[in-house]
Design a protein around this ligand. Structure first.
Ligand code: C2E
Ligand code: MG
Ligand code: MG
Ligand code: MG
Length: 279
């Protein structure tokens, strides 16, 4: 709890003021209520993590899993990360929230090893505030450091928009993560309006094509051309490609024909509690 007070104090500057000024009416009280309840939810362990498999485009077995945070609210029901992650980012709560997620990822990796006898790879989403927070390395070390080589099982997903503004700081942060043996993926690729040159300048391993480009496949020829170009560019830079949000067989086979390496989406599985994959 002391930790959270510290993070809040740190983030209580400019952002907070702007945040309050923008709010009004019912929307304001709902959001303000969510802020205080999110803090409690983190303290009371009400944030859960679901896992969604990512498969190689010709196999059925999961190649790795993406960890996705879930908030099971006592009266509001399940609140989507699209709603609470931005709040967590604005308030600084993303730091303790991110640690909680990583702890649950660690538990999943350990249980998997116990039950299946093998190492499972897990992708963790990192917000820009987490990437640049001084506590990141320490948290990773604390949560994963006691077992040799476990960071090799981690894939860090970072959005294009979080790295495009300043290349050099991004380079040094990503290099630190790479030095642990972890893999780096660019999330929601194609939505960041950024220059493509960073793909060769940063230590990136995987590109995740945003769901918006696969939504109207195979019919939409423009989107198909975009996917084809992203896959071909990525391959020529020695990067692997994941397509996210695959819901239909037609999308799946189209992306397979475009030589996409990995597939993620409801067609394979929705994000599920870890028990589903451990039995
Ligand atoms: P993302 O990292 O791009 O995650 C993929 C999102 O697409 C997830 O939404 C997933 O449930 C959804 N999805 C996967 N397959 C399909 C499909 O076939 N159809 C549709 N319609 N959706 C699909 P979710 O779980 O709601 O998460 C939303 C975003 O919230 C994530 O987008 C990520 O940016 C953020 N997020 C979630 N968990 C965390 C976390 O622990 N830390 C941070 N920093 N961000 C998180
Ligand atoms: Mg992601
Ligand atoms: Mg994504
Ligand atoms: Mg996305």
């Amino acid at each position: 709890k002391a930790d959270i007070a510290m993070y809040k104090a740190k983030y209580a500057g400019k952002n907070r003021l702007m945040f309050y000024q923008e709010e009004f009416g019912e929307e304001k009280s709902f959001r303000l209520r969510l802020i205080s309840e999110l803090e409690k939810a983190i303290n009371n362990d009400e944030i859960e993590v679901n896992f969604q498999p990512i498969v190689e485009s010709c196999e059925e077995e999961a190649c790795y899993f993406e960890a996705l945070a879930r908030w099971n609210h006592s009266t509001e029901g399940v609140i989507s990360p699209a709603q609470f992650i931005p709040i967590a980012e604005e308030t600084g709560l993303i730091i303790p929230l991110g640690e909680l997620v990583m702890k649950k990822v660690r538990a999943f990796i350990d249980t998997w090893k116990l039950v299946k006898g093998s190492d499972v790879k897990v992708a963790v989403n990192l917000s820009v505030a987490q990437l640049y927070h001084e506590s990141l390395q320490g948290s990773i070390n604390r949560i994963f450091g006691d077992r040799e080589g476990i960071c090799k099982s981690l894939i860090f997903e970072i959005t294009e928009s979080s790295i495009m503004h300043q290349l050099e700081p991004a380079q040094s942060k990503l290099n630190q993560l790479k030095a642990l043996g972890s893999t780096i993926a660019i999330d929601d690729f194609g939505t960041g309006y950024s220059s493509l040159s960073y793909l060769s300048k940063l230590p990136i391993d995987i590109v995740k094509v945003d769901r918006s480009f696969v939504l109207s496949l195979p019919e939409n020829q423009d989107d198909s051309a975009i996917c084809k170009a992203i896959i071909s560019l990525s391959h020529s830079l020695n990067l692997k490609v994941v397509a996210e949000g695959i819901e239909t067989e037609a999308q799946y086979s189209h992306l397979k024909s475009l030589d996409c390496d990995y597939i993620q989406g409801y067609l394979i599985s929705k994000p599920m509690p870890c028990e589903v994959f451990l039995s």
